[in-house]
Design a binder for this molecule. Structure first.
Ligand code: PMP
Length: 310
């Protein structure tokens, strides 16, 4: 359960956390017709919170909304401002937490049932609360165990696969639950051709002979953390290959890690009970993890343009 904060922004108004309810006949509740984002604000070395890559997240949410043919009543700039205001209003309730997780959601609301959403309202909400590392602080240092899921990463067309649509997550929910039941921390999902796609809510990288490899667009969410790491790695002259790889290459990798706004950079210690590499975290994983955490905490001036101070 997210730690309750004070207010949730709903369609232009702040509503008390405990009163932020929707009608039972909300379209998205029945058909998964919502699009959303997961964003983080970090307490920077200046003491102020800064939201990491806010405009990129909001741009992706609008792209996802366009994919679901939603017409929004607010523009990108207004939603960025609403997100900043939501963090401000709840900052005290977050009691100085290192990181605040922000969840905007656009959804087909009340007014129409049946698959064609024409006639349903398009609603927007934004909540935030203090949240630590999604896969655990310890996991970030010592790595996680993963298992290959028999459930495929949801796919119809690349365009639709790239949208962050709530209804896409049913396979991820099942895969994650199955992994936990079997005693693993996370599931690896494959595409329809049996190539590694991503985690249930994270992108994946492997390291082989000093090079980073990550699957290309198509059957994955084009993660903002993935994009950040590709850019940082190139700045630090670590070669990055964006190409498909299979299960064998994952097993034989020198290092592997998951990345995402919620999971940050989490090393994979073992997959399907096979240890990955010689030690965990590997050198490149650890370097990228430290750089990423320094950047989001405002410690590296070169990447300040990725931060929006609250
Ligand atoms: N893949 C999936 C399926 C996800 O849900 C997420 C989290 N949004 C990611 C990858 C990572 O994306 P990002 O780095 O933008 O958080």
């Amino acid at each position: 359960m997210p730690q309750p904060t004070k207010k949730i922004w709903m369609d232009g108004k702040f509503v008390a956390w405990e009163k932020a309810n929707v009608h039972f006949l909300t379209h998205a509740l029945h058909y998964g017709s919502g699009v959303f984002e997961g964003i983080r604000a970090y307490r920077t070395i200046s003491g102020k919170y800064a939201i990491f890559r806010l405009k990129d997240h909001v741009r992706r949410m609008f792209h996802s909304a366009k994919t679901l043919e939603m017409s929004l009543t607010h523009n990108e700039h207004e939603i960025c401002n609403a997100i900043i205001r939501t963090v401000r209003v709840n900052e005290k309730a977050c009691a100085g937490a290192d990181s605040i997780y922000i969840r905007p959601l656009v959804y087909y609301g009340y007014g129409k049932l049946g698959l064609d959403p024409t006639g349903a309202e398009v609603n927007i909400g934004i909540a935030c609360w203090p949240w630590g590392a999604y896969l655990g602080d310890k996991a970030q240092k010592s790595g996680i165990s993963a298992t290959s899921s028999f459930l495929k990463r949801m796919y119809s067309t690349p365009e639709i696969a790239h949208a962050k649509i709530t209804g896409h997550y049913s396979n991820s929910i099942l895969a994650k639950h199955d992994a936990h039941r079997k005693g693993y921390d996370e599931a690896i999902m494959y595409d329809l051709h049996g190539r590694v796609a991503e985690g249930t809510g994270e992108n994946i990288f492997i390291v082989k002979n000093g090079k980073l490899i990550t699957p290309p667009a198509g059957s994955i969410l084009l993660g903002i953390t993935r994009d950040t790491l590709i850019k940082i790695a190139r700045d630090f002259r670590i070669p990055v290959l964006v190409k498909f790889f299979g299960k064998r290459q994952l097993y034989n990798a020198d290092e592997a890690f998951l990345c995402g706004t919620a999971a940050e950079i989490t090393p994979i210690r073992e997959t399907d009970d096979k240890k990955i590499g010689k030690s965990c975290p590997g050198r490149i994983t650890e370097l990228l993890r430290e750089l990423y955490l320094d950047i989001v905490h405002g410690k590296i001036a070169k990447y300040e343009n990725w931060l929006d101070y609250v």
